[in-house]
Design a protein around this ligand. Structure first.
Ligand SMILES: O=C(O)[C@H](O)[C@@H](O)[C@H](O)[C@H](O)COP(=O)(O)O
Length: 239
Protein backbone atom coordinates (compact mmCIF):
# COMPACT_ATOMS: atom_id res chain seq x y z
CA UNK A 1 0.00 0.00 0.00
CA UNK A 2 1.62 3.23 -1.08
CA UNK A 3 1.22 6.33 1.05
CA UNK A 4 -1.55 8.70 -0.04
CA UNK A 5 -0.68 11.75 -2.11
CA UNK A 6 -1.94 14.77 -0.15
CA UNK A 7 -2.01 18.19 -1.79
CA UNK A 8 -3.29 21.40 -0.20
CA UNK A 9 -4.30 23.95 -2.83
CA UNK A 10 -4.71 27.69 -2.16
CA UNK A 11 -8.47 27.70 -2.79
CA UNK A 12 -11.31 25.71 -4.33
CA UNK A 13 -10.67 26.99 -7.84
CA UNK A 14 -7.08 25.75 -7.62
CA UNK A 15 -8.32 22.43 -6.21
CA UNK A 16 -10.66 22.02 -9.20
CA UNK A 17 -7.89 22.96 -11.65
CA UNK A 18 -5.53 20.41 -10.09
CA UNK A 19 -8.26 17.76 -10.06
CA UNK A 20 -8.98 18.46 -13.72
CA UNK A 21 -5.33 18.05 -14.75
CA UNK A 22 -4.98 14.84 -12.74
CA UNK A 23 -8.30 13.40 -13.93
CA UNK A 24 -7.62 14.08 -17.62
CA UNK A 25 -4.21 12.41 -17.33
CA UNK A 26 -5.63 9.37 -15.52
CA UNK A 27 -8.48 9.02 -18.02
CA UNK A 28 -6.10 9.28 -20.99
CA UNK A 29 -3.68 6.77 -19.41
CA UNK A 30 -6.48 4.26 -18.78
CA UNK A 31 -7.68 4.48 -22.37
CA UNK A 32 -4.13 4.18 -23.73
CA UNK A 33 -3.33 1.16 -21.53
CA UNK A 34 -6.68 -0.69 -21.42
CA UNK A 35 -8.80 0.68 -24.24
CA UNK A 36 -11.37 2.24 -21.93
CA UNK A 37 -11.74 4.23 -18.71
CA UNK A 38 -14.16 3.14 -16.00
CA UNK A 39 -15.12 5.98 -13.67
CA UNK A 40 -17.29 6.29 -10.57
CA UNK A 41 -18.50 9.77 -9.69
CA UNK A 42 -18.96 11.41 -6.31
CA UNK A 43 -22.03 13.38 -5.38
CA UNK A 44 -22.47 16.36 -3.13
CA UNK A 45 -21.44 19.90 -4.10
CA UNK A 46 -17.63 19.85 -4.25
CA UNK A 47 -17.18 17.95 -7.53
CA UNK A 48 -19.71 19.98 -9.57
CA UNK A 49 -17.19 22.56 -10.89
CA UNK A 50 -14.84 19.71 -11.80
CA UNK A 51 -17.60 18.04 -13.82
CA UNK A 52 -18.33 21.39 -15.52
CA UNK A 53 -14.62 21.72 -16.39
CA UNK A 54 -14.43 18.14 -17.70
CA UNK A 55 -17.34 18.97 -20.02
CA UNK A 56 -15.11 21.61 -21.65
CA UNK A 57 -12.34 19.14 -22.48
CA UNK A 58 -12.08 17.08 -25.64
CA UNK A 59 -11.51 13.69 -24.06
CA UNK A 60 -12.25 10.63 -26.28
CA UNK A 61 -15.75 10.32 -24.81
CA UNK A 62 -16.69 7.06 -26.50
CA UNK A 63 -14.15 5.23 -24.31
CA UNK A 64 -15.62 6.33 -20.95
CA UNK A 65 -17.91 4.21 -18.76
CA UNK A 66 -19.60 6.14 -15.95
CA UNK A 67 -20.99 4.84 -12.66
CA UNK A 68 -21.77 6.55 -9.34
CA UNK A 69 -20.10 5.69 -6.06
CA UNK A 70 -23.32 6.50 -4.26
CA UNK A 71 -26.76 7.92 -4.79
CA UNK A 72 -29.55 9.34 -2.72
CA UNK A 73 -32.72 7.25 -2.97
CA UNK A 74 -34.59 9.79 -5.11
CA UNK A 75 -35.58 10.02 -8.80
CA UNK A 76 -32.91 11.34 -11.18
CA UNK A 77 -34.88 14.58 -11.69
CA UNK A 78 -34.92 15.24 -7.93
CA UNK A 79 -32.69 18.20 -6.86
CA UNK A 80 -30.78 15.87 -4.51
CA UNK A 81 -29.88 13.36 -7.24
CA UNK A 82 -26.13 12.88 -7.71
CA UNK A 83 -26.75 11.53 -11.20
CA UNK A 84 -28.95 14.51 -12.00
CA UNK A 85 -26.20 16.90 -10.90
CA UNK A 86 -23.50 15.18 -12.97
CA UNK A 87 -25.70 14.91 -16.05
CA UNK A 88 -26.55 18.62 -15.96
CA UNK A 89 -22.97 19.70 -15.20
CA UNK A 90 -21.20 17.32 -17.59
CA UNK A 91 -22.70 14.21 -19.10
CA UNK A 92 -25.47 15.84 -21.15
CA UNK A 93 -22.87 18.15 -22.69
CA UNK A 94 -20.54 15.48 -24.13
CA UNK A 95 -21.13 12.48 -26.45
CA UNK A 96 -20.53 9.58 -24.07
CA UNK A 97 -22.64 6.69 -25.47
CA UNK A 98 -25.81 6.61 -23.29
CA UNK A 99 -25.42 2.86 -22.75
CA UNK A 100 -22.08 3.64 -21.05
CA UNK A 101 -23.64 5.90 -18.43
CA UNK A 102 -25.04 3.91 -15.50
CA UNK A 103 -27.08 5.91 -12.98
CA UNK A 104 -28.07 4.05 -9.84
CA UNK A 105 -31.65 2.68 -10.16
CA UNK A 106 -33.88 4.23 -7.45
CA UNK A 107 -37.35 3.39 -8.75
CA UNK A 108 -38.06 -0.03 -7.21
CA UNK A 109 -39.30 1.45 -3.94
CA UNK A 110 -36.90 -1.07 -2.37
CA UNK A 111 -33.34 0.18 -1.85
CA UNK A 112 -31.93 -3.32 -1.33
CA UNK A 113 -33.45 -4.48 -4.62
CA UNK A 114 -32.06 -1.45 -6.45
CA UNK A 115 -28.66 -2.00 -4.83
CA UNK A 116 -28.69 -5.59 -6.09
CA UNK A 117 -29.74 -4.37 -9.54
CA UNK A 118 -26.85 -1.88 -9.58
CA UNK A 119 -24.41 -4.62 -8.65
CA UNK A 120 -25.66 -6.64 -11.63
CA UNK A 121 -25.16 -3.69 -13.97
CA UNK A 122 -21.62 -3.30 -12.60
CA UNK A 123 -20.89 -6.95 -13.24
CA UNK A 124 -22.13 -6.64 -16.82
CA UNK A 125 -19.38 -4.07 -17.49
CA UNK A 126 -16.77 -6.02 -15.52
CA UNK A 127 -17.76 -9.61 -16.46
CA UNK A 128 -14.51 -11.29 -15.45
CA UNK A 129 -13.90 -9.69 -12.08
CA UNK A 130 -14.97 -10.90 -8.65
CA UNK A 131 -14.35 -7.35 -7.42
CA UNK A 132 -14.24 -4.90 -10.35
CA UNK A 133 -11.25 -2.57 -10.64
CA UNK A 134 -12.34 0.94 -11.54
CA UNK A 135 -9.72 3.09 -13.19
CA UNK A 136 -10.78 6.14 -11.20
CA UNK A 137 -13.23 6.74 -8.37
CA UNK A 138 -14.00 10.31 -7.28
CA UNK A 139 -14.93 10.69 -3.62
CA UNK A 140 -15.92 13.53 -1.35
CA UNK A 141 -15.86 13.57 2.44
CA UNK A 142 -18.48 14.90 4.80
CA UNK A 143 -17.62 16.89 7.94
CA UNK A 144 -18.33 13.69 9.87
CA UNK A 145 -15.70 11.78 7.90
CA UNK A 146 -18.17 9.80 5.78
CA UNK A 147 -17.45 9.10 2.14
CA UNK A 148 -19.79 7.90 -0.59
CA UNK A 149 -22.77 6.88 1.56
CA UNK A 150 -20.63 5.07 4.12
CA UNK A 151 -21.74 6.91 7.23
CA UNK A 152 -20.32 6.57 10.75
CA UNK A 153 -21.46 3.58 12.79
CA UNK A 154 -23.65 2.14 10.03
CA UNK A 155 -23.88 -1.46 8.82
CA UNK A 156 -22.74 -0.45 5.34
CA UNK A 157 -19.20 -0.05 6.72
CA UNK A 158 -19.04 -3.77 7.51
CA UNK A 159 -20.22 -5.14 4.15
CA UNK A 160 -17.42 -7.15 2.53
CA UNK A 161 -19.34 -9.73 0.43
CA UNK A 162 -21.08 -7.35 -1.98
CA UNK A 163 -20.12 -4.53 -4.32
CA UNK A 164 -23.11 -2.31 -3.61
CA UNK A 165 -25.20 -1.94 -0.45
CA UNK A 166 -27.73 0.30 1.23
CA UNK A 167 -26.32 3.15 3.31
CA UNK A 168 -28.28 5.31 5.69
CA UNK A 169 -27.95 8.98 6.51
CA UNK A 170 -30.24 10.09 9.39
CA UNK A 171 -32.39 7.06 8.64
CA UNK A 172 -32.76 7.97 4.95
CA UNK A 173 -31.67 5.18 2.57
CA UNK A 174 -28.89 5.69 0.06
CA UNK A 175 -27.18 3.28 -2.30
CA UNK A 176 -23.43 3.03 -2.06
CA UNK A 177 -20.33 1.24 -3.26
CA UNK A 178 -18.89 -0.90 -0.49
CA UNK A 179 -15.40 -0.53 0.97
CA UNK A 180 -13.97 -3.52 -0.94
CA UNK A 181 -15.18 -2.15 -4.27
CA UNK A 182 -13.75 1.32 -3.62
CA UNK A 183 -10.45 -0.09 -2.38
CA UNK A 184 -10.06 -2.22 -5.50
CA UNK A 185 -9.83 0.94 -7.66
CA UNK A 186 -6.56 1.77 -9.41
CA UNK A 187 -6.95 5.38 -8.28
CA UNK A 188 -9.23 7.08 -5.77
CA UNK A 189 -9.31 10.87 -5.87
CA UNK A 190 -10.78 12.64 -2.83
CA UNK A 191 -11.87 16.24 -3.33
CA UNK A 192 -12.35 18.01 0.02
CA UNK A 193 -13.00 21.72 0.49
CA UNK A 194 -14.02 23.87 3.43
CA UNK A 195 -12.78 24.59 6.94
CA UNK A 196 -15.69 22.54 8.30
CA UNK A 197 -13.85 19.41 7.09
CA UNK A 198 -10.66 20.14 9.10
CA UNK A 199 -11.51 18.12 12.19
CA UNK A 200 -12.63 15.05 10.27
CA UNK A 201 -9.50 15.23 8.11
CA UNK A 202 -7.28 15.33 11.20
CA UNK A 203 -9.03 12.17 12.43
CA UNK A 204 -8.75 10.47 9.06
CA UNK A 205 -5.00 11.20 8.76
CA UNK A 206 -4.17 10.49 12.44
CA UNK A 207 -1.81 7.55 13.08
CA UNK A 208 -4.45 5.91 15.28
CA UNK A 209 -8.16 6.50 14.90
CA UNK A 210 -11.67 5.07 14.81
CA UNK A 211 -12.66 4.12 11.27
CA UNK A 212 -16.23 3.41 12.41
CA UNK A 213 -16.45 7.03 13.52
CA UNK A 214 -14.49 8.41 10.54
CA UNK A 215 -15.21 5.99 7.65
CA UNK A 216 -12.89 7.72 5.15
CA UNK A 217 -10.10 6.00 7.15
CA UNK A 218 -11.26 2.76 5.51
CA UNK A 219 -10.23 3.87 2.01
CA UNK A 220 -6.89 2.41 0.84
CA UNK A 221 -6.81 2.09 -2.93
CA UNK A 222 -3.67 1.27 -4.97
CA UNK A 223 -3.22 4.98 -5.63
CA UNK A 224 -4.93 7.40 -3.26
CA UNK A 225 -5.03 11.15 -3.79
CA UNK A 226 -6.40 13.78 -1.43
CA UNK A 227 -6.85 17.22 -3.01
CA UNK A 228 -7.73 19.72 -0.28
CA UNK A 229 -8.36 23.43 -0.39
CA UNK A 230 -6.61 25.63 2.16
CA UNK A 231 -9.69 25.78 4.35
CA UNK A 232 -9.78 22.02 4.73
CA UNK A 233 -6.07 21.27 4.71
CA UNK A 234 -4.37 24.22 6.40
CA UNK A 235 -3.63 22.27 9.59
CA UNK A 236 -1.64 19.79 7.51
CA UNK A 237 0.66 22.47 6.11
CA UNK A 238 4.16 22.71 7.62
CA UNK A 239 4.21 25.38 10.35
O1 LIG B 1 -24.05 11.70 -1.98
C1 LIG B 1 -23.26 12.46 -1.43
O2 LIG B 1 -23.58 13.47 -0.77
C2 LIG B 1 -21.79 12.24 -1.59
O3 LIG B 1 -21.42 11.18 -2.24
C3 LIG B 1 -21.12 12.44 -0.26
O4 LIG B 1 -20.28 11.43 0.15
C4 LIG B 1 -20.36 13.73 -0.42
O5 LIG B 1 -19.22 13.47 -1.24
C5 LIG B 1 -19.93 14.29 0.90
O6 LIG B 1 -21.08 14.40 1.72
C6 LIG B 1 -19.29 15.67 0.72
O7 LIG B 1 -20.27 16.51 0.17
P1 LIG B 1 -19.88 18.02 -0.26
O8 LIG B 1 -18.98 17.89 -1.42
O9 LIG B 1 -21.22 18.63 -0.62
O10 LIG B 1 -19.22 18.65 0.95
Amino acid sequence: MTAPHIEVLPDKAALVERALTLSVQLIQDAIAQRGRCTLALAGGSTPKPLYEALAQTNLPWSFLHIFWGDERYVPIDHPDSNAGMAKTAWLERVPIPPQQIHPVPTAAGDPAADAHQYEQSLRSVFPDADVPTFDLIFLGMGDDGHTASLFPHTEALQVRDRLVTVGHKDGQPRITFTVPLINQARTVLFLVAGANKQHALSQVFAEEGDAQMFPSRLIHSQSLWWLLDHGAGQALLPR
